[in-house]
Design a binder for this molecule. Structure first.
Ligand SMILES: *Cc1c(COP(=O)(O)O)cnc(C)c1O
Length: 427
């Protein structure tokens, strides 16, 4: 495939933008080839600036579950834009989107719109701290919750339980308030909760993890967290920025029947425009300004274009059948890849939830960050390049989810499975 124009744009971008990209993973660092610059997209297809066509499994990292440039979303935007693109004042659209979100997530009794998943999580953490009067938070290794300071913290080594900054520029004084436990490890959570009695404001978790690749909660894990939180008056925060409106319309909370105290949403609820939301029990959310003393604001929050796209996205998604179809597609692709890997003698471990899957290049089952890390990332990089050459655009990292949309056709899935077969032979 010729990617001359992509390389040209990349060179110019490198002079203007750090690493040539506006979000790190887009730079293909884990693959070692220049990134592909995109010209346009429609349905499940994406075209680069050199005119190459790909079946897209990035889906803008989750939001494009209804496919790119969905006619109903485009028309909602066309209707909204001439009426003004931002007012800095309340609009009926915000109420309309909030109604739909609360219907899908009844635990979000009241909610606030923001402009990204990062903002939603940062704000929810502030509310949790403000409400409980406690400083510490507990998160899980391998979960990503956006780039807020308190969340860019990894586990301290060995016996030390204090978190250490995962990024320059995060003060240690702040990082020490972030505790880390391995995903699916309730015993570790119990130990930390005992070690810091009445100091932990919230436990935050991706109820279906998507940011170390797809990792499912084991039976009893989420229930266990709920129990510990109830007992210790800790708030349970579900980061459903990926799982919300994907794993099920009502996210992991609908799927597993567990209610979070605070929920964070993003990605799909913006229909491809920048939207995040956080919300929960009214008695907690009433601490948010202007009702209460937890300050949080946003010039473009509730933006009318973003709200219009979000409303239309949720309208498209609201039928049960859509999720049954998505589940079928995900199962089909997973099974085809799994059979092919076995035939070619490539050890893989595939995790999947509705509309998302990860092919880990490892034999061991993946249940947490440590087991995800046993994957052969060099082999993944080779696989990625072979897939790209065959017109399949995957997330450029072993530790990401492939996102399947409503509009991936049987033909797209078959083409992908066949490309995997060829790629497995070559790596
Ligand atoms: C993407 C993501 C975020 C951050 O959302 P942005 O819109 O990129 O700021 C937070 N949490 C999870 C689980 C995510 O996948």
């Amino acid at each position: 495939m010729n990617r001359k124009k992509s390389i040209g744009y990349y060179r110019r971008a490198l002079e203007l933008i750090p690493g040539g990209v506006n979000s790190p993973v887009r730079a293909f660092k884990a693959i070692g080839i220049p990134p592909v610059f995109i010209d346009r997209a429609r349905g499940a297809k994406i075209w680069d600036v050199d005119g190459n066509e790909y079946v897209d499994y990035v889906g803008s990292w989750g939001p494009m579950i209804m496919g790119h440039a969905h006619p109903r979303i485009v028309s909602a935007l066309k209707k909204a834009a001439p009426r003004g693109t931002s007012f800095g004042a309340p609009t009926p659209l915000e109420v309309e989107l909030a109604i739909r979100v609360r219907k899908a997530f009844p635990s979000m009794e009241t909610l606030r719109m923001v402009s990204s998943g990062t903002e939603a999580v940062m704000s929810a953490i502030r509310v949790a701290r403000g409400y409980t009067g406690r400083n510490k938070i507990l998160k899980f290794e391998g979960c990503y919750h956006g780039h807020g300071d308190s969340l860019l913290v990894k586990a301290g080594s060995g016996a030390t339980t204090f978190g250490i900054p995962d990024s320059l520029g995060v003060p240690e004084d702040l990082a020490k308030h972030t505790l880390n436990a391995p995903y699916n490890d309730l015993e570790r959570v119990k130990a930390l909760v005992n070690q810091y009695p009445e100091q932990i404001a919230c436990i935050i978790v991706e109820p279906i993890a998507g940011n170390m690749g797809v990792v499912l909660p084991e039976k009893g894990f989420l229930e266990g967290l709920r129990g510990i939180c109830d007992e210790r008056r800790i708030l349970l925060v579900f980061d459903e920025v990926i799982s919300g409106f994907r794993a099920a319309y009502g996210g992991a909370q609908e799927l597993y029947g567990i209610k979070a105290d605070l929920t964070c949403l993003g990605k799909i609820i913006g229909g491809g425009l920048p939207v995040g939301a956080y919300g929960g029990k009214e008695k907690i959310m009433e601490r948010v300004a202007p009702l209460g003393g937890v300050y949080q604001a946003g010039t473009l929050s509730g933006n009318p274009l973003a709200m219009a796209a979000g409303i239309e996205a949720l309208e498209i998604l609201k039928s049960k059948k859509i999720y049954q179809d998505l589940e079928k597609k995900t199962t089909y692709l997973t099974e085809r890849i799994s059979e092919s890997a076995e035939e070619q003698g490539i050890p893989v471990s595939i995790n999947r939830a509705t509309g998302m899957l990860t092919v880990f290049f490892t034999e061991s089952p993946v249940r947490d960050y440590a087991s995800a890390k046993t994957s052969d990332t060099k082999r993944f990089a080779k696989f990625f390049i072979e897939m790209l050459e065959q017109g399949i655009y995957l997330p450029p990292s072993q530790f990401e989810a492939w996102f399947i949309s409503l509009v991936h056709t049987q033909k797209d899935l078959d083409k992908t499975a066949e490309a995997c077969d060829t790629a497995f032979r070559k790596i």
